[in-house]
Design a protein around this ligand. Structure first.
Ligand code: SAM
Length: 278
C-alpha cells in the first residue's frame, strides 16, 4: 500500500530524487510497521523526524503522536509535504538542516520526546553525534541506517567493528538491533543493506569520568591506528612518557594491548588515571 502511495506522490509532483541528499524513500509496509512498533510512540509523545521525504513514515507517526516536528532540507519537498499532510493538525514542518537546527528550541518544555528517522546515509554519523553530544531531552532514537554503521554502533570489544563510534553511542545509550532491511524496501534502491536500530538514552552516562573531553580524546587516539599498541597510539596525547607509564600501571592496563580490546569501563579508568598523572 505504501509503495503505491509513495510512487504516486513522486509521479504526481514529478519529483526528481537527489543522490547527494541521500534520498531513498521507504516503500515496504512491514519495515514501516516495524519502525513504528520499535519507536513505541504514545499520544503524549513529541516526535522529531529527520528527513521526512514525501511523508510516508511521517503520516504513520502523525497518527500515533501528540505532535511531529519534521525537519527536511530539500526545498522541493516542503510544498509536497505541506499538501500531502495538510489533514494533520499535529505536524510542524521545518525547512532546515538537521546538522544546524536548534533541537532545544524544538523540544521546548515537552517531557516525552522521541527521535525517529530513515536517515540520509551521507550524514548518519554527524547527525547521531550531534544528537548524543547535545544532551537533549529525548528518551530514544529509532533510526534506519547503513548496516555497517549499525554493526559498528552495536559492536563488542575485540571485534573489527568496535571503535570510537561504538563508545560514543554506548556511553550515552543502550542499543537494540531491530531488523535488517534489504535494498528492495526503498525507491530508488540503495547499493547497501540497511538496519533499523533503537538507541535508548541511559538515565546517566554508562561510566563516570573525571574529564569527558579527555575520555573521548583517549578513545580517538587509541583507535586512530588500530594495529598499534596503546602506548604507541597515545604518544600523540603529548603526555610525558613516565606519567603515561604510571597511568597505565595505576589503571592496571597493559600498555602493549590494542585500543580495540578495552571495554568502556577500562577506557574510563585509563583516562581518569591519565588525568591524575597530568
Ligand atoms: N523519511 C523518508 C522515507 O523514509 O521515505 C525519506 C528518507 S531519505 C533516506 C532521507 C531524507 O532526508 C530525504 O528526504 C532528504 O532530503 C533528507 N535530508 C538529507 N539531508 C538532510 C539534512 N541534513 N537535514 C534534514 N533532512 C535531510
Amino acid at each position: 500500500m505504501n509503495e503505491i502511495i509513495t510512487r504516486n506522490i513522486v509521479k504526481k509532483y514529478g519529483f526528481k530524487f537527489s543522490k547527494g541528499l541521500g534520498q531513498n524513500f521507504l516503500i515496504d509496509d512491514t519495515v514501516l510497521e516495524d519502525i513504528i512498533q520499535a519507536a513505541d510512540i504514545s499520544p503524549e509523545d513529541l516526535v522529531i523526524e529527520i528527513g521526512p521525504g514525501v511523508g510516508t513514515l511521517t503520516k504513520l507517526l502523525l497518527k500515533k503522536a501528540k505532535k511531529v516536528v519534521a525537519v527536511e532540507l530539500d526545498d522541493k519537498l516542503i510544498p509536497i509535504l505541506g499538501e500531502e499532510l495538510k489533514e494533520f493538525g499535529n505536524l510542524e514542518l521545518i525547512h532546515g538542516d538537521a546538522l544546524k537546527v536548534d533541537f532545544n528550541e524544538i523540544i521546548g518544555e515537552e517531557k516525552s520526546v522521541k527521535v525517529v528517522a530513515n536517515l540520509p546515509y551521507y550524514v548518519t554519523t554527524p547527525i547521531i553525534s550531534r544528537l548524543l553530544k547535545g544532551d537533549y531531552n529525548f528518551s530514544s532514537i529509532t533510526i534506519m541506517i547503513q548496516k555497517e554503521v549499525a554493526e559498528r554502533i552495536a559492536a563488542k570489544p575485540s571485534t573489527k567493528d568496535y571503535g570510537a563510534l561504538t563508545l560514543l553511542v554506548q556511553y550515552h545509550c543502550s542499543v537494540d538491533v531491530i531488523r535488517k532491511v534489504s535494498p528492495e524496501a526503498f525507491i530508488p534502491q540503495p547499493k547497501v543493506e540497511s538496519m533499523v536500530i533503537r538507541l535508548n538514552k541511559l538515565p546517566a552516562p554508562r561510566v563516570e569520568v573525571a574529564d569527558v573531553e579527555l575520555f573521548f580524546k583517549v578513545i580517538r587516539e587509541s583507535f586512530n591506528m588500530r594495529r598499534k599498541t596503546l602506548s604507541n597510539s597515545l604518544k600523540n596525547m603529548k603526555v610525558d612518557k613516565d606519567k603515561l607509564q604510571k597511568a597505565f600501571e595505576d589503571a592496571g592496563i597493559d600498555p602493549v594491548r590494542r585500543g580495540e580490546t578495552l571495554s568502556i569501563q577500562e577506557f574510563a579508568k585509563l583516562s581518569d588515571c591519565i588525568k591524575s598523572a597530568l
